[in-house]
Design a binder for this molecule. Structure first.
Ligand SMILES: C[S@@+](CC[C@H](N)C(=O)[O-])C[C@H]1O[C@@H](n2cnc3c(N)ncnc32)[C@H](O)[C@@H]1O
Length: 290
């Protein structure tokens, strides 16, 4: 299916699975550590001498990371007008994002433009209009998996950068548990919203082929998946559903496939500590220069 026609799978039960995963994995906390340690310096360099600042979030979800990055921009340049454009196809997550903006005093003065659509549709719309708004900072956090033409999307969003600006990509690291799981079972798992699994390593190969300069930071993280190995555990089933993009891991997949996935999760994607099984969900952050 073409990227333009595809909607976000992030509605209903899948959103619950995602939010459960976020809570259980501490993924946002890990990304926030990176944001708070690396981005303030980046933003100072990006904003120096500029009379307005424009930020674009692509696949922002409920905006937890966006609100932190926008707050840093706002506190670094309190007198400089700041705008935020958000490209996010999930209506459910966009509503959550709007509610969080409404509750956050320092964000209420920022004009937000909500593009409730996929990145492919946004590209088509922007090209159709012919006037491309350009940005000082664009971020794509944990979303490129869902874009069929990721190479085209990278090229397009990079072309929207102003001078002296950056594109941030946060993505599952090469050789992380996710990379091993999804590449080993690519044929069986890449049947729903992810049509071909992509790791940060694949993105780097592509950036190099485009001749783009970037710097990379590791965001180490693990998630305790011990419950996935306890028969009848509801928590384990929810985690497995999200990790393999199934509605019900135990009823959707054959016993052989389930056994293969569980064996790989335990023996190739995780380490054991104090009797707990810790899945490697390290991320890479890639800051691409304009
Ligand atoms: C794993 S979530 C990440 C959300 C957010 N960036 C975060 O880190 O919390 C993936 C997000 O990408 C969005 N998404 C899926 N397909 C998309 C597409 N084609 N274009 C833009 N966003 C998309 C989903 O709706 C979802 O909000």
């Amino acid at each position: 299916m073409a990227a333009e026609a595809k909607q976000s799978g992030y509605e209903g039960r899948y959103v619950q699975g995602f939010q459960f995963y976020l809570k259980h994995s501490g993924e946002h906390k890990a990304i926030l550590r990176f944001i708070d340690s690396v981005l303030p310096g980046e933003f100072e360099r990006i904003g120096a001498g500029k009379s307005n600042l424009d930020v674009l979030g692509v696949g922002s979800g409920a905006g937890e990371m966006d609100t932190q990055m926008l707050s840093i921009f706002k506190s670094t340049f309190p007198a400089v007008p700041l705008t935020a454009d958000i490209v996010e196809p999930s209506t459910e997550l966009t509503e959550e994002f709007k509610a969080s903006v409404a509750k956050t005093p320092n964000l209420q003065k920022i004009p937000f433009v909500w593009h409730t659509m996929t990145s492919g549709k946004y590209e088509k719309q922007v090209r159709g209009k012919g006037d491309m708004k350009r940005f000082d900072f664009i971020h794509m956090i944990q979303m490129l998996y869902y874009v069929d033409d990721y190479a085209g999307a990278l090229k397009f969003f990079h072309s929207l950068l102003k001078n002296n600006s950056k594109l941030l990509i946060v993505h599952e690291a090469a050789n992380s548990g996710w990379d091993i799981l999804w590449k080993t079972f690519r044929k069986e798992l890449c049947t729903k919203s992810i049509s071909d699994y992509l790791s940060a390593g694949d993105i780097e190969v592509h950036l190099k082929s485009l001749g783009l300069k970037y710097e990379k930071h590791a965001i180490p993280n693990t998630i305790d998946i011990t419950d996935c190995f306890t028969q009848g555990s509801e928590l384990g089933e929810l985690l497995l559903d999200f990790m393999t993009e199934q509605d019900h891991f135990h009823s959707s997949l054959t016993p052989e496939l389930r056994a293969g996935i569980l064996d790989l999760l335990r023996n190739k994607c995780s380490t054991e500590k104090d009797g707990r099984i810790l899945f490697d969900c390290t991320l890479s952050s890639i800051l691409v220069y304009a």
